[in-house]
Design a protein around this ligand. Sequence first.
Ligand code: DGL
Length: 262
Amino acid sequence: MNNHPIGIFDSGLGGLTIWKEIHTLLPQEDTYYLADSKHAPYGDKPPEEIIRLSVKNTEFLLARNCKLIVVACNTATTNAISHLRKTYDVPFIGIEPAIKPAALHTTTGKVGVLATKGTLSSSLFHHTTRNHAAGIRVIDQIGTGLVPLIEAGEARSEAARSLLKKYLKPMLDAGVDQIVLGCTHYPFLIPLLEELLPKHINILDCGMAVARQTQRVLAEHELLNPATKPGAHHFYTNKSLEILKDMLAYLGAEGEARFEDF
Ligand code: DGL
């Protein structure tokens, strides 16, 4: 099974930021990436619906022989990963907002978290905050409207800039020095965030940590691909192939990009 691909899914294009880190760390691995953009955003959906969509995505990837699945979506992880782990035999890697490193690094004792409603209202998020940010003031903010803009290929538009300005204000007013991007779509906003935020504010996302965890779990299960040639990559979307291709070009990702109505 070592030469089987890694499967990665997200509610859309955001998980490509995770794909990029996995590919950088594990260039010999083949991958299948599934962008469920037709159903984005997941963040406003009830948990049962997020579970149903996550099951559908998992089965799509298992049908392509994936040896491990990365749930490259905070919303799907916080709402559905325990169901997926109970239902399927393959290992699953999940994503959680990087609260722990933010709590470790803050010197003001105040940390901002920008995420979807589905993530911020989940019990896993509250559990992580209680366990890793005790004594830290967490200013959380729902990023309503950001995922649809990124999905529309408008991550650097005026509309994205003005939403971000509005969402960052309460965090800046509170004196945060760390801002956690709790949604895998949001790293596409980093160019705008860097323009809008004072230099001393640290922006955290969990891409590299997820890639390292993927490597560890593959090694534990003796599933690392020993090949020395670069892996092959397949990217699927059920919405706009053109926007998918634009995002892949932006990330310098090479592989087969396809539309499929899943
Ligand atoms: N990329 C997803 C996440 O990390 C986007 C959420 C959504 O679809 O609302 O949560």
